[in-house]
Design a protein around this ligand. Sequence first.
Ligand SMILES: Nc1ncnc2c1ncn2[C@@H]1O[C@H](COP(=O)(O)OP(=O)(O)OP(=O)(O)O)[C@@H](O)[C@H]1O
Ligand SMILES: [Mg+2]
Length: 320
Amino acid sequence: MEKALVVNNLKLYYYTSAGIVKAVDDISFDLNEGETLGLVGESGCGKTTTGFALLGMPTPPGKISGGEIIIDDQNIVKFSENELRKKVRWEKISMVFQGAMNCLTPVYTVGELMTETYLQHRPDTPKDVIYKQIIKYLNLVGLADDIYSRYPHELSGGMKQRVVIATALFLEPKIVILDEPTTGLDVVVQAQILNLIKELKQNLSISSIFITHDLATEAEISDRICVMYAGKVMEIGTNEQIYGRKNLHPYTEKLLSATPLLHKRVDELSFIPGVPPDLIDPPKGCRFYERCHVHMDKCKNEEPTMKEIEDGHYICCWRY
Ligand SMILES: Nc1ncnc2c1ncn2[C@@H]1O[C@H](COP(=O)(O)OP(=O)(O)OP(=O)(O)O)[C@@H](O)[C@H]1O
Ligand SMILES: [Mg+2]
């Protein structure tokens, strides 16, 4: 299968006055062309940080501290800021930022906001070409032409999220990262946005990374799932391997037990005791050791390595 993206040993650390936060610490995964890869894990495990790293755009005081991000046979970690802006962001990979629909500047119309984004990436494009492209993508996400001249406060949450998705797509990148695109929307609108993303995937044959803390949503949308915990990748598997619930990482098992799924009674839900470790001084063994219900002595001091336990199913745990 052709790869849209390959990530090798990627690290993104935040150099804060309190110490170095190892938010993304030596992670590796890939994204096949045309697939949706789900990135899941508890709050603070490094999902958004991974997304920013893939754009080559760490937020201060963050820096990519090692590893490779390969798109079209090129390691974009080595690119200058100028090259990233001209050749990578929005040209090859874009992102629907977490909470972006709540941050649309209220004094500009949708058309003005989208034109501005377009010009930032392709400054010399004539206005009529941009206009046509905006209308095409507003229509593609199910919005009428008149949305172009409306202000964000005139739109519902679902409409704003569609505008944000259109803005991530209208320069036609081959990869899009969607960071919690349905969080904060009511369940009906959530379902509409999920259906829209599925349709776009089929019509545009785009590869996507779908970030959420919600495994039930991920089951709906993703072909494969990548589970993160405390800055590390703990498990990668196909939708069937993960939701089939055989041979899982203990963390994934616990996450699934805490997720309301259709076939499960609500009184069967459990929670994961404890909290994730401090990422300034993470444990030297397995980062899940303290909260793991099946840990062994070895897990405390020795960091597990990733193993392929069946075709395409990778687990980072000493039990395997
Ligand atoms: N700009 C920053 N400066 C310092 N630390 C940061 C910064 N941004 C994120 N972090 C830290 O990096 C870690 C990972 O954060 P990140 O936002 O990537 O998590 P997340 O998995 O996206 O969480 P959520 O599900 O809540 O969105 C956290 O410990 C967070 O506090
Ligand atoms: Mg996040």
